[in-house]
Design a binder for this molecule. Structure first.
Ligand code: MV4
Length: 449
C-alpha cells in the first residue's frame, strides 16, 4: 500500500481525498494555487506545495508543476479527483512514465472512452442499446443529411471529443441542417482540436440515469447501482439521488449489467460512471462514460456503505476489490443537493466572495461535504460549488423531508447560493411524483432568468 499520495485537486474533493488518506494511514501532499493559499482544508495534508497562480492553466492544470510537486513530496501515487487533469490521458501517461501511480483508469481506457463515437461503437459491440444514429462519424454533408432524414428530426450533432453536454447541437429540421452541421464541426475543432461529429436521434424529455462502476486490476468489475441525475440545469446537475425512482428492478438490473459489459469491453479499471438516458417509454440508451470519480459519488457511498475514494486507492495499489457483486446490497434512499455560490435570480451567474458565517446542518442521515467555513472566501477562478448537502433515509419521501429540513438549517451568510431553487424543486409536486425530465428546471424556472 502507498505511504504517500499527492492530491492533484482543490476544494471539497481534495478534502474528501485527504480525509480518506488520513483514515488509511497514508501521508498526503496537497498542491494549491496562490488563490487557495491558506485554505483550511490544506491543514489536513502532511505537506502543502504551491504550484502556481490562480488560473487553472497556471496551477491545477500545469502537469510539470504537479509532477515536480510529486517528486519533491516523494509520493508513490497521485489522485486527480474530478475536473482539471482527471480525464487527461496525457497526464495519466506522464505519471506512468514517471513511475507514479495514477489513481484512476489507464490512459488507454481513458482515450478509448473519451472518444464518444468509439465508446458508442464499443457499446453496440457489447449489446448495449445506443440511440439510433449515424454509423460512425459524419463524412460528408450529403451523407449526414440523408442520415438525418432517416432518423427523423430533431437530431443531435455530437462532437466525438465532446461530452458532458459540451460539443452538442440540436438540429430541428433540414432547413438549416447543413449550416448547423458546419458550425458544430467548427466549434468542435476550436474547442477540442477535433472537428469530427456523429449524429443521434434527439430523445426528447429524457431522464438521466448513470451507473457507478468500480473495477480492479484482476478482472473484477462491479457496479454500485445507479444515480438519477435528471434534475439539472444546462448540464449543471442540481439534485442527484439513488435509487432512481419509478425504476423497476428488472430495468435496473438491465441498465447496471449493461454498464458492467461496457467496462469489461473497455478493459476498464478503477472508478468510472456510465451515463444512460431513459425515454418516456422506459427504453434506455447508452450515452457516454465518465472516466473519473464524480461530484455526486457520495450518493452511491450512502446507499451502498462503500467508501469509493478508499476503494479507488486500494485498487490503484493493486489490491482486489474487497467485495463481490453479490455482497453489494443498497439500502435506503440518498439524495444530494449541490450548494453553489451562484445567483438564481440573475441567471445563476457565479457569486464569489466572503462567507460571513456558515452553519452546516447535521442530525440523523445528514452529510455535508464542503471545504468552506465561516470567513472563507470563495475564489472566482474555479467552479462555484461550495459544498454538497446529502441525506440518507429509509425512503425517498423521508429523504426529501430531511433534505428540506437540512436546507433550512444551512446558513451561508454573505453569498447568494442555489438554496432557493433547490427548495423550490424539492417542494414541487413534479419532483415528488418524479415526473421530471432534463428540461424541467429550465422550463419551470425560466420566468426568473
Ligand atoms: C442525449 C440526449 C437526448 N438524446 N442524446 C449528452 C451529454 C450527456 N451528459 C447528456 N447528454 C444527452 N444526450 C440524445 N440522443 C439528452 C442528453 C442530456 C441533456 C441534453 C441536453 C440538456 C440537458 C441534458 C441533460 C441530461 C442528458
Amino acid at each position: 500500500m502507498y505511504t504517500r499520495i499527492l492530491v492533484a485537486n482543490r476544494g471539497e474533493i481534495a478534502l474528501r481525498i485527504l480525509r480518506a488518506c488520513r483514515e488509511m494511514g497514508i501521508e498526503t501532499v496537497a498542491v494549491f494555487s496562490e488563490a487557495d493559499r491558506g485554505a483550511a482544508y490544506l491543514d489536513l495534508a502532511d505537506q502543502a506545495i504551491c504550484i502556481g497562480g490562480p488560473r487553472g492553466g497556471d496551477s491545477y492544470l500545469k502537469q510539470a508543476s504537479i509532477i515536480a510537486a510529486a517528486e519533491i513530496g516523494n509520493v508513490q501515487a497521485i489522485h486527480p479527483g474530478y475536473g482539471f487533469l482527471a480525464e487527461n490521458p496525457g497526464f495519466a501517461d506522464v505519471c506512468r512514465s514517471c513511475q507514479i501511480d495514477f489513481i484512476g483508469p489507464t490512459p488507454e481506457a481513458m482515450m478509448l472512452l473519451g472518444d464518444k463515437e468509439k465508446a458508442r461503437r464499443l457499446a453496440k459491440k457489447a449489446d448495449v442499446p445506443v440511440v439510433p444514429g449515424s454509423d460512425g462519424i459524419v463524412e460528408s454533408e450529403d451523407a449526414a443529411l440523408r442520415t438525418a432524414h432517416e432518423l427523423g428530426f430533431p437530431v443531435l450533432i455530437k462532437a466525438v471529443a465532446g461530452g458532458g453536454g459540451r460539443g452538442m447541437r440540436v438540429a430541428q429540421n433540414d432547413l438549416k441542417f447543413k449550416s448547423e452541421l458546419a458550425q458544430a464541426q467548427a466549434e468542435a475543432g476550436a474547442a477540442f482540436g477535433d472537428p469530427s461529429v456523429y449524429l443521434e436521434k434527439y430523445v426528447q424529455f429524457p431522464r438521466h440515469i448513470e451507473v457507478q462502476l468500480i473495477a480492479d486490476q484482476h478482472g473484477n468489475v462491479c457496479h454500485l447501482f445507479e444515480r438519477d441525475c435528471t434534475t439539472q440545469r444546462r448540464h449543471q446537475k442540481l439534485i442527484e439521488e439513488s435509487p432512481a425512482p419509478n425504476l423497476s428492478d428488472e430495468l435496473r438490473a438491465e441498465i447496471c449489467d449493461a454498464a458492467v459489459r461496457i467496462a469489461r469491453a473497455a478493459n476498464y479499471t478503477n472508478a468510472g460512471t456510465v451515463e444512460f438516458i431513459l425515454d418516456r417509454e422506459n427504453n434506455f440508451y447508452f450515452i457516454e462514460v465518465n472516466t473519473r470519480i464524480q461530484v455526486e459519488h457520495p450518493v452511491t457511498e450512502l446507499v451502498t456503505n462503500i467508501d469509493l475514494i478508499k476503494t479507488m486507492i486500494r485498487v490503484a495499489a493493486g489490491e482486489e476489490l474487497p467485495f463481490t457483486q453479490e455482497n453489494i446490497k443498497p439500502s435506503g434512499a440518498a439524495m444530494e443537493c449541490r450548494i453553489n455560490a451562484e445567483d438564481p435570480n440573475h441567471g445563476f451567474r457565479p457569486n464569489p466572495g466572503k462567507i460571513d458565517r456558515l452553519i452546516a446542518p447535521g442530525g440523523f442521515g445528514v452529510r455535508f461535504d464542503s471545504h468552506a467555513h465561516s470567513g472563507y472566501s470563495v475564489p472566482p477562478y474555479y467552479d462555484s460549488m461550495i459544498g454538497k448537502l446529502l441525506v440518507h433515509q429509509p425512503t425517498r419521501d423521508e429523504a426529501i423531508a430531511c433534505m428540506l429540513r437540512a436546507l433550512t438549517e444551512l446558513r451561508v451568510d454573505g453569498l447568494k447560493t442555489t438554496k432557493p431553487i433547490l427548495r423550490e424543486i424539492l417542494n414541487h409536486t413534479a419532483f415528488h411524483e418524479m415526473r421530471m425530465d432534463t428540461t424541467f428546471v429550465e422550463r419551470t424556472w425560466k420566468k426568473r432568468d
